[in-house]
Design a protein around this ligand. Structure first.
Ligand SMILES: [Zn+2]
Length: 167
């Protein structure tokens, strides 16, 4: 069991949009093939928006190097370019966005002290989940998310920076 949860980490499965049947069971198989105990994520959002539980909410998970003991991993199925699965592509469905908001709402209630981040925020070598999570959070109101006010968009940041520079 995790003692604390400081991050809710969004991932993608890096699979093609046409791979509509990718689900928690399939990811579980892939992760076992890599020699893991079982699926590494806490939850999976299928292409049709269905949420499936992976590891238990409070279990130690296996999805981001260095943070598995302090984070929950949520995986969106998709995120790879149809023509070349190695390339990132923001191709999530409307049903998935809706489900993502629902799950983040649930998780923020469960872990009020956790920041919502993308995998790439914790591992600079990753692009996963292949969309801009901070930008998403700026435009999506997750109820009771206490770090909402700490978000700034790039325009704000530019303004701040230009204020600081007395050119
Ligand atoms: Zn990831």
């Amino acid at each position: 069991m995790r003692d604390e949860t400081t991050y809710i980490v969004i991932h993608c499965s890096q699979t093609r949009p046409s791979q509509k049947d990718v689900d928690a069971r399939m990811i579980d198989r892939w992760h076992r093939e890599r020699g893991w105990l079982k699926i590494g994520y806490g939850g999976v959002i299928k292409r049709d928006g269905t949420y499936e539980q992976g590891r238990k909410d409070d279990a130690i998970q296996a999805h981001v190097k260095g943070y598995n003991h302090t984070s929950f991993g949520l995986c969106l199925v998709g995120g790879a370019l149809e023509e070349d699965w190695k390339l990132p592509d923001d191709n999530f469905t409307a049903e998935q966005w809706e489900s993502l908001k629902e799950q983040l709402t649930r998780l923020v209630k469960l872990y009020p002290d956790a920041r919502i981040v993308g995998h790439y925020d914790l591992d600079k070598n990753k692009t996963c989940p292949n969309f801009d999570v901070q930008d998403y959070l700026l435009h999506e109101d997750i109820p009771n998310y206490k770090f909402q006010d700490a978000l700034t968009d790039d325009a704000d940041l530019m303004e701040l920076q230009s204020d600081e520079e007395p050119n």
